[in-house]
Design a protein around this ligand. Structure first.
Ligand SMILES: Cc1cc2nc3c(=O)[nH]c(=O)nc-3n(C[C@H](O)[C@H](O)[C@H](O)COP(=O)(O)O)c2cc1C
Length: 201
């Protein structure tokens, strides 16, 4: 089954959770606003993510469309991102706290654990019918002209969040990308047999 066919009911050919299978990173958003209550549910889902030493090193900053700082944040996006992410009703800054609260030493799992929290937020958003697109394409020095990133935190990524819109509103090549979801590597490439890595004596 191709990814395209699977997209109608889910992208995986295997019976994984439907909210994982049907998720994709959209670029078309409707005008429907995301309420404070809906946002609370997303962050609550993120809050219950596991983290190394229970540090919970994730922090989120909500920037709603039309609010102070939104235009500046959009202007800091690179390439095509600027063309579509400005339509999302909400942008979220994903921050990672770099050091361990107990010792001040580097938390080597901070970005990993932020990713886990964002994954849980993503599944929750999908289950609520929302679309969510993460962005690494931004210029940090431009973001910093608009927002002071707190000392000791990294801005790792930005989320564009909203409800699905009409893909026809997108110009090419974004329209084609919206219709043809990203493929995946085969499981056989991703799961390496332990026997292949056994150290030789
Ligand atoms: C950390 C991160 C950064 C990303 N940055 C961008 C970006 O700057 N622009 C963009 O269009 N997509 C971006 N993406 C989306 C990926 O391209 C997308 O997740 C991938 O192609 C798989 O497609 P899917 O999410 O639709 O399954 C990013 C995703 C992640 C997780």
């Amino acid at each position: 089954m191709s990814d395209r066919t699977q997209a109608e009911g889910g992208r995986s050919a295997l019976p994984i959770h439907p909210d994982i299978s049907r998720r994709f990173s959209p670029r078309a958003f409707s005008d429907r606003l995301v309420t404070g209550k809906e946002l609370e549910l997303l962050f609550e889902a993120a809050r219950w993510a596991p983290s190394s030493m229970n540090e919970q090193p994730w922090r989120f900053v909500v920037v709603e469309r039309g609010a102070p700082g939104h235009d500046g944040l959009v202007a800091s996006l690179t390439g095509f991102n600027r063309q579509w992410a400005d339509k999302a009703p909400v942008l979220i800054l994903n921050l990672a706290v770099r050091s361990l609260s107990r010792s001040g030493e580097t938390n080597h799992h901070a970005w990993h654990d932020l990713g886990l929290a964002v994954a849980q937020l993503t599944v929750q958003a999908t289950s609520m019918g929302m679309g969510l697109h993460q962005l690494g394409g931004f210029e940090l020095h431009l973001v910093k002209q608009t927002f002071s990133i707190p000392e000791g935190m990294d801005l790792v990524s930005i989320i564009a969040l909203g409800f699905p819109g009409n893909p026809e509103q997108l110009p090419e090549p974004l329209l084609s990308r919206e219709r043809n979801h990203s493929p995946r590597k085969a499981l056989s490439e991703l799961v390496i047999p332990a026997s292949a890595l056994l150290a030789r004596e």
